[in-house]
Design a protein around this ligand. Sequence first.
Ligand SMILES: *Cc1c(COP(=O)(O)O)cnc(C)c1O
Length: 233
Amino acid sequence: MSSVVQNLQSVRERIARICAVSARDPSEVQLLAVSKTKPATLVQEAIAVGQRDFGENYVQDAMDKVLLFPDVHWHFIGHIQSNKTRWIANHFDWVHSLDSLKIARRLNAQRQREAPLNVLLQINVSNDPAKAGLAVDEAGALLEGLSDMERLLPRGLMTITEETNDTVTQRKYFRRLAQLLNELNAQYKLNHFDQLSMGMTGDLESAIAEGATWVRIGTAIFGARKPVINTQD
Ligand SMILES: *Cc1c(COP(=O)(O)O)cnc(C)c1O
């Protein structure tokens, strides 16, 4: 077995174990394989064993892979530059990293595929100045702004929390995101606004325990990444 195949199996086992412990149905937790900076050959290995959802952060780095494998689902999870919205709008199925009305308007105007683009609002729950995302109290305004955008379908929230091994802290932030999803559903009449994209290689257990429906896993599947020096988004 290749290491990608073995790694995928171990990640699936981690997910199954924490679902059992936290009384969650494993079918409610989807695995997003984050292939950023990794070659198409590794994506191909994952597809061969049934992986269907892949995450990418940089358009330049994603293009070849997305064009080679059009039949799987592609999720854009990185910072969105204005000059890349057209490509993202027409080659991705999901955007997890929406945090501005300006970018939303561009994606909505440029989306030409039949199905609307699924979008998640990125929330900076830990108020980390180094992280992108909206403050908790800014989410409602962006949602209101999306209400007349027919090509975008708001599906829920995403967060990247501060790097810490302390599971109490991890869970506190993930719980806040889950609570915000409930608050927004109570305040606005939304359909299908039920997705929580939270949890990466280091904190997927905490995220699933707090209600994650998508975990975004890179390192544990594809191995460590070289630092990205010039991120030509
Ligand atoms: C890189 C990245 C991931 C994957 O992180 P790992 O720690 O390698 O699992 C998940 N989400 C986002 C937004 C990322 O940029």
